[in-house]
Each structure stands twice: as C-alpha cells, then as structure tokens.
Design a protein around this ligand. Sequence first.
Ligand code: AMP
Ligand code: ZN
Length: 486
Amino acid sequence: MSNKLVIYNTLTRKKELFEPLNPPFVGMYVCGPTVYSDVHLGNCRTFVSFDLIYRYLLHLKYKVRYVRNITDAGHLEGDRDEGDDKFSKKARLEQVEPMEIVQRYTIGFHDVMNLFNTLPPSIEPTATGHIAEQIEMIKEIIENGFAYEKNGTVYFDVEKYSKDHNYTILTNRNLEELLANTRDLGGQDEKHGRLDFALWIKAKSEHIMRWPSPWGWGFPGWHIECSAMSSKYLGETFDIHGGGMDLAATHHTNEIAQSQACNHSQPAKYWMHTNMLTVNGARMSKSAGNGFLPHELFTGSHPLLSRGFSPMTVRFFMLQAHYRSTLDFSNEALEASDKGFKRLMAAYGLLGKLKTSERSEVDVAAIRERCYDAMNDDFNSPIAIAELFEAVRIINSIYDGKTAATAQDVAALKSLMDDFVFDILGLKEEHAQTEDISHIMDFIIQLRHEAKLSKDYVTSDKIRNGLQALGIQLKDGKEGTTWTKA
Ligand code: AMP
Ligand code: ZN
C-alpha cells in the first residue's frame, strides 16, 4: 500500500498526505444524483472522476466502503427552501407516482454508469429510505439548540451556530459579505436569519411525498439526507467526502454545520471537489439548458456533434483533464480523444505480436514509477496518460523493429497497461466487442430476410422484437438491413 498518496483537501486548501483514519479501511461518501430527470454529461464527469479515485484507492489495496446516495426526495427548485419539490412537480405533470419518476431515472442513471464502466458503489442509499435517521438527527440538532421549529417546518439557526463555529470553513467566504449578498427576509418569512436553511419542511396539502414527524406531516430538506446517511454507514467522522464543486458553498457547507451541531465533529477528514464540465465556457447544467445527454453523444444526435462517440472515448476524454480543472466540451476535443483512445488500444493489441530479443533498450519500470507518481499527486490522470503514451511509443517502436526489448520488458509493458489503462483508468476495449458479434448479426439478419421472403412475418417480427429487447435495433434500408446497439 502506498503511503505517498497526496490529496488536495478543499477544507484546508492544500495538498495533504493521505492518512486514513483507520487503515486499511477507507470510508468515502459522494453526493449522488437527484433522480427526477436524466443525468447530463456534467453529472457523469463528477461520477467518473470519483470512479477513478475509488479505483486507485482499491488498486493501492485499501478496503474502501464507497457510499453514493440517490436523492429521491426533498430537493426543492429554489435554493432557499422555496418552490416546488422536483419529484412531485414532474409526477404531477406526467400524471404518475413520484416513485415512478424515481425508479425510471435511477435505472437510467445505472445504465449510463455501466456504459461508462464505473464500478458500483458499496452502498447506494436513498433519502426516502432514511427518513427515520434524518428525523433523529434533526431532533438532536434541536436539542443541542441549533435549530427551531416554525409552523411545522424546522430551520437550522446559522447565526447561533456561527457564534462558536466557522460556518464558511469549507469555502473561506466572508460571513459578513455573504449576509450582505443574501436577500432580506420578507415580512412573511418564518426564518429567524437570512442564512437559515430548512431541515424539515411542512408538506402543503398538494404535496404527495410526505412523512409523519414530531413536527407534523412533511419531508426532509436536501442537506440533511447526506449527513444522516454518511454518518449511518461511515461513522460520525470518515475519510473522504466528495461531490462537484458547485455543492461546496451550500450543500456541503450545511452538511458540515449539521454534523457539528449534531455530533460535535467534522464529518470528513478530506473534502474533495471535482471541477465542472463546460460548454463554450459555461457550466453544463439542467437549469441552463445546455446539458448534453449521454445518449446524444453516443448516437451523435446533438447539433454540436458531427458524429457519435463511444462511451470509452468519452470516458477517456474526461480522464485527459485533471479532476480539479474545468473541462470544455467540443466536437474537436472528442475527435482528438477518439484518436488517442484508439492509439492506446491498438498498441495494447500489438503486445502479443512483438518480437523479443536478448537485448533491452527500454526502461518500463521507470514509466511505471512515473505513472504512480502522477496518480499519487492528487490523482493526476492526464500526466499518467501522457506516460502511457510513452509506453505506446515504445510498443510501436518494438513492433517496427527499431527498439530492442526482452520478453520480460514485453511482460512489464503488458502489466503496466493492464494496471493503469484497464484497472485504474477504468477503460475497456469496446470496438472488439462490436466486431465480435457482427458475423452472428449477419447470420440473424439473413434468417430474418429468409423469413420475410417466405412471408413468415411472425418469425421476422419475432426476430426484430427479440433483438430490440436485447438492445439491438434493426434498420431496413435500400442497401439491406443494418443494426445498431442501444
Ligand atoms: P445533481 O443531480 O444536480 O444533484 O448533480 C449530481 C452531481 O453532479 C453533483 O455532484 C454535482 O456537483 C455534479 N455536477 C453538476 N453539474 C456538473 C458539471 N457541469 N460538471 C461536473 N459536475 C457537475
Ligand atoms: Zn450530498
């Protein structure tokens, strides 16, 4: 196990040696998606970044409990505890149960995560499955004097908390300035202070998702779910808490306040934040309407794209930027990543065809060392990838007979690629898979064609529908029948 891993900690604003609280165990909590609509590519970038982090910790032989929640209740449209509940609103519009919305988008999220080859978390708890834990935590915060109830809604008292705690510890914002920039409370407002936020919200009569509580029927605020679920599964203080950078100022700031007010402890030792995926410099988000859906990329149906790009090309594109840098999305950048990914895979394919000799002109151990140095430096995947391209250059040169390498060198190159390309970066060969079934598909298409010729439409429809159920779409055209994988 490496003891050289260094992580940038948002809390201390510096890189720190990674020293888990209870090695070899590591607890990692990442804020998951709000499942009232499809995840966009920006969301995916954050989850792919944490997948890289998870994979590297596993590679270093840590025993990681990775908890990534599903927000399926309590997320209001406004940032300040106002507006509609996103799930209820969508359910009302579509005339379905809110839980049907949750189910649909949770399945969609898992499908997309699978396509990107991310490992599933160890636990994926939902907000609605942990109402009792959230209520218990709110009761404790009230008892400790940091929250108050008003007409069935419970608010966190930020002013009181700030008297002996640093509320903006995570972002280092100036509290006075923050207050000055926050809207005045309206005359009707129940809150005592402008920065107070809801822990529990009284359900209006039309609100379907509601639970009984000591304060009447209602539903939890968004921030409390992560505090309740992280402490339940990882303890009151655990190793890593992560999410997108946009969550630091409010969601994570409030999580820290809740944990301190309830448990008198910092929830996490290391806070990690991923930077944003942007389009023409603007953050990709659902509300800005510039969110690309993953399938628009895979099929190339988005107007900004000239063609479709495979999930592994997109994953490679994401990993070519450091997780704390912004990453701007463009057709050109994807084209370049596609080329790079194919070069990497082609070199891997050559490994079995290399001629070896007694002489060695390569130093694979040095490349491996530099790959570790890059990953140990706050998971610097772009530098690790640059080193892997040095390995690609060497493989091609051995293949061309320009560089001499021993059988051990070639074995070391294979093990380097296996560890870093597949295990740590989480890439996989996908083009080969498509080719693998093409001759089977030709055969099935021929069978269907023959069925149609003999007017056996029952069989031809059965073949088409059966393939569709397996995620394979047939398209009949002038040139014959073609197929695509969903
Ligand atoms: P949400 O479903 O909106 O709660 O977001 C799920 C995760 O995606 C959170 O960790 C967000 O911080 C993250 N996220 C949202 N937009 C982007 C973006 N444009 N780039 C990277 N991560 C994002
Ligand atoms: Zn969260």
